[in-house]
Write a protein that binds this ligand. Structure first.
Ligand SMILES: Nc1nc2c(c(=O)[nH]1)N[C@H]1C(S)=C(S)[C@@H](COP(=O)(O)O)O[C@H]1N2
Ligand SMILES: [Mo]
Length: 497
């Protein structure tokens, strides 16, 4: 067998295996697809340092990079397996079995897949071995005219493509978008106050006050977004409670819904980073639901779990604060939650970073203790308690840009839940200038600021710092996001022409 044929036999065997697994997964649970399951397992097992690197290097594209990296490694292994099998199909068979077993182990380690999930990687394993040996036979059988081998290759490639596409179509049959549309209007009985004119300085380069859903930052560990239908969804409230509750989507939406404008922030946001957004969330007060269940004394942690097994641990005393405004959110900015932001329901707790509070696709609320249970990111080096740190960011001028005389420097600041009391800016280490603040919406939302600077032509470094309503000024010391959020002053360098 020549080298190209040998590599092709390996690659086609792999394609057939992945496609078969994908198709079976469509029937037993889309996240059982071996490729995704291995990716999910890789995310969960990746050492913290590598994950931090991935987030800082690739931002929200980290998952795409992971999937592409896996594709390269798999394709290389398959081609190598083919090349090793030019005399005998044994080495390639062994590689197929090993890769298949990896898929089985990955699926078994998923918290969100039942027993049937294992059928998908099992199908991959069997089809992979079978296709590899069949193609190998066709390519090596001396008596076979090469046309037969070529035909066998084309049929395998075609069948793999067809199975992959079919899997994709059938897997998407859980029609979440139809379920979202069927929800209709989520009209709050208590709407949020209208955003006043002058709440942002977008004309000077800040973000708009409300972040459109399409621009809202997205952070999660989900390779394939959980696809839950509102009709099938329910939320269990249990653990250290007087009475367990099970709430359906209808139970929640038929209550008096409240609307709250909240700025959400990710703990992995670097100083000056983009992982902060603001929206009008509509939902049910989390506090009310917990009071109905009756929190038993001693329960200090609310452990929330998503349908894909991700967990967050939130301090019970925080979510029970009457003024905190913690929500079980069903909608955002006038529509049901987008699928990638947690449809049908998620938690939102103003003033806490997302990883300790903002569980998307939430299905389970357990009252427990911090001593008894450790949530997802705690196992990976992040802090148990993570209130949002007071922060400010310069949005305009952009770093390294050239601007005209008397530039307006503008940006955002946030200090949930107390709010921003002041923002100061200084150029080239000079005296602090007090910035003009936008109209305040609430302590749970960001606040925009701007200041016009009279600077001589040439290069300038501008720094910003915010002070919250409790009088605490954002510290200068630079701390990395791990373990409980970055600190330091954001600065940009620009040239006045
Ligand atoms: N199910 C689930 N919920 C999750 C996460 C996750 O990985 N899985 N990430 C959390 C983190 S770290 C943040 S910052 C917020 C981000 O929410 P968003 O993607 O809607 O902006 O979701 C939180 N909720
Ligand atoms: Mo986050």
């Amino acid at each position: 067998m020549n080298r190209w044929t040998a590599a092709l036999v390996g690659l086609l065997g792999l394609a057939a295996a992945l496609a078969a697994g994908h198709l079976v997964a469509a029937l037993v649970g889309p996240s059982a697809s071996p490729y995704l399951a291995v990716g999910d397992a890789a995310i969960d097992l990746t050492p913290q340092a590598v994950k931090d690197f991935a987030i800082s290097a690739f931002g929200t594209h980290d998952k795409l990079v992971l999937l592409l990296g896996m594709a390269v490694v798999l394709a290389a292994s398959a081609a190598a397996a083919g090349l090793l099998s030019r005399r005998s199909p044994l080495p390639g068979t062994v590689v197929a079995v090993v890769l298949g077993a990896l898929g089985v182990v990955a699926v078994l380690s998923r918290p969100d897949l039942g027993q049937l999930g294992v059928l998908a990687p099992a199908a991959s394993l069997l089809v992979g071995v079978f296709a590899f040996r069949l193609l190998h036979g066709l390519a090596t059988r001396g008596s076979t005219p090469p046309d037969d081998a070529r035909r066998g290759f084309l049929i395998t490639a075609g069948a793999a493509a067809a199975a992959g596409v079919a899997g994709q179509l059938v897997g998407g049959r859980v029609d979440v978008e139809a379920s979202r549309r069927a929800v209709g209007e989520l009209t709050p009985a208590r709407p949020a106050p209208a955003i006043p004119a002058g709440a942002d300085f977008a004309a000077d380069g800040t973000p708009t006050f409300i972040t459109p859903n399409a621009d809202f930052y997205r952070i999660d560990t989900a390779l394939s977004v959980p696809r839950l239908r509102a009709e099938d969804w329910s939320l269990r409230v249990h653990g250290m409670v007087e009475r367990e509750l099970r709430l359906s989507y209808r139970d929640l939406r038929e209550r008096d819904l409240v609307e709250r404008t909240v700025t959400m922030t990710c703990v992995s946001n670097e100083v000056g980073g983009p992982y902060v957004s603001t929206a009008d969330f509509v939902g049910v007060p989390l506090r009310d639901v917990l009071l109905e269940a009756g929190v038993r004394p001693g329960a200090d942690q609310l452990l929330s779990t998503s349908s894909d097994g991700w967990t967050a641990g939130t301090p019970v005393d925080v979510v029970l604060e009457p003024d905190r405004g913690a929500l079980i959110a069903l909608g955002v900015n006038g529509e049901p939650l987008p699928v990638e932001h947690g449809f049908p329901a998620r938690l939102v707790v103003p003033g806490l970073y997302g990883y300790v509070s903002a569980t998307k696709w939430v299905v389970d609320l357990e009252l427990t203790t911090f001593a008894a249970r450790r949530a997802y990111w705690l196992e990976r080096g992040w802090a148990e308690r993570a209130p949002v740190k007071t922060m400010s960011r310069i949005d305009s001028p952009r770093h390294r840009s050239t601007v005209g005389a008397r530039p307006v420097v503008a940006g955002v600041a946030w200090a949930q839940p107390h709010g921003v009391a002041g923002v100061e800016v200084r150029a080239d280490g000079g005296p602090w200038r007090v910035a003009e603040l936008s109209a305040e919406v609430s302590g749970s939302t960001w606040r925009m600021w701007r200041v016009e600077l009279d600077l001589p032509p040439g290069g300038h470094t501008v720094e910003v710092r915010a002070t919250d309503r409790a009088g605490r000024t954002q510290p200068q010391a630079r701390l990395a996001p791990v373990p409980d959020g970055a600190t330091g002053w954001h600065s940009v360098f620009f040239t006045v022409a």
